[in-house]
Design a protein around this ligand. Structure first.
Ligand code: SF4
Ligand code: SF4
Length: 380
């Protein structure tokens, strides 16, 4: 059996074990590699960390990250996030450390603000040349040019992001490169509905690509994200709450936008499209009721690690569990202690903030085959 086939088989077996409730090591880690970021988004306070005295002190060093990778060789899927991951000067070495220490590592994803096109392109080129795992990149664009630049606080941010998209599509296939648009309540301030903004953003991206003599992206490459609050990650609980975020009107707008995107024609068919149908179906349920039928995988098959080594159940729940600096960089003792304390049971029973973020939703879909099948059939 080839190495990749063996690793995929292991991921399949471990996902099946998680579906049966077997609590083993996590398959997926969301790892904040840095809180450096040169965007100035109105809905996220991470960019302020670098301007806060001592804010960037104590981020895990490369030597510590190498120890972390060596202590957790079971990881198969890592979301390297930030901040802007490529703002960390040794980001390539960070990913390489996990690739070297985790023999079954299959998926490496990172989001990017797309500001520093040349550097981001170089990072992707270096990762492609040295890391065997499949690389997936999401470029963040949150509206048509004027709105995007206002929301993200950077002049010409939209143009930079499209430049980055154009550069990366020469290296990555269509199933490795996506645009991510988060549907924040702030967008209503320009007088358009969220659905109209989604249509305008998609059209503006393709107009900008046409100016660069690049072919258009399809709706299959354009991902819409439900926004969430997270004090320990985004630090946005106060800034979002004042704009009607998460209220009934905002939820209805987000649901309409998800239905709009679902109605758009998409080329081909793939397993990823099936997963997205399930994600959307449950997202619509979540927006209507605040709950999903698919049980979250946090502390079953996923975990979250901050840039300073703190372990949390996920991106959203501000529930610190321990620090890898006190566990020899091993995740499992911290996760097992949390399970013993009933934190995993709290997730199962919905006694957490409840959310439906792609970070946690995609592994949860794999670990809940019957409910996922029902969501697929229901559609949305
Ligand atoms: S949303 Fe992303 S790009 Fe914007 S400030 Fe936060 S980390 Fe930076
Ligand atoms: S459902 Fe709960 S534990 Fe799972 S990601 Fe959301 S807040 Fe975290």
């Amino acid at each position: 059996m080839s190495t990749a086939l063996y690793s995929w088989s292991r991921l399949g077996l471990r996902t099946a074990a998680a579906a049966a409730g077997v609590e083993g090591p996590p398959t997926k880690l969301v790892f904040v590699v840095t809180k450096r970021c040169h965007s100035r988004c109105v809905y996220c306070d991470i960019w302020k960390v670098k301007d806060t005295p001592g804010g960037l002190d104590d981020e895990l060093t490369l030597a510590e990250i190498r120890s972390l990778a060596a202590a957790n060789p079971f990881l198969q899927w890592i979301d390297f996030t930030g901040g802007e991951p490529t703002d960390r000067p040794d980001f390539v070495e960070v990913v390489q450390a996990f690739a070297a220490a985790c023999p079954d590592l299959l998926l490496v994803h990172f989001p990017t603000n797309g500001i520093a096109t040349k550097r981001i392109d170089q990072v992707v080129a270096q990762l492609q040349a040295t890391v065997r795992a499949r690389l997936v990149v999401t470029v963040s664009i949150d509206g048509p040019p004027e709105l995007n630049d206002r929301l993200r606080g950077i002049r010409n941010d939209f143009a930079h992001a499209v430049d980055t998209l154009a550069a990366l599509r020469r290296r990555l296939g269509p199933d490795q490169l996506f645009v991510g648009m988060t549907l924040h309540g702030h967008k209503g301030s320009c007088g358009l509905t969220t659905s109209e903004l989604v249509e305008q953003t998609f059209a503006a991206i393709n107009d900008a690509l046409a100016v660069r003599e690049e072919p258009p992206i399809g709706w299959g490459s354009f991902h819409l994200n439900i926004p969430h609050l997270s004090q320990h990650y985004y630090g946005n609980s106060a800034s979002e709450a004042k704009d009607g975020f998460g209220g009934p009107a905002h939820r209805a707008e987000v649901a309409a936008a998800l239905r709009l995107a679902a109605s758009k024609p998409k080329a081909g068919y793939s397993g990823m499209r099936a997963i997205e149908r399930i994600y959307r179906s449950e997202a619509l349920r979540y927006l209507a009721t605040g709950k999903t039928h698919i049980t979250c995988s946090a502390l079953l098959s996923t975990a979250y690690l901050s840039e300073k080594g703190a372990v949390y159940p996920c991106t959203i729940w501000d529930r610190p569990l321990g620090n890898v600096r006190q566990s020899g960089f091993a995740l499992l003792p911290i996760i097992e202690a949390a399970r013993r304390e009933g934190v995993r049971q709290a997730v199962i029973e919905g006694r957490c903030p409840n959310c439906w973020t792609p970070c946690e939703a995609y592994p949860a879909i794999g670990a809940s085959p019957l409910r996922s099948l029902a969501a697929f059939v229901r559609g949305g």
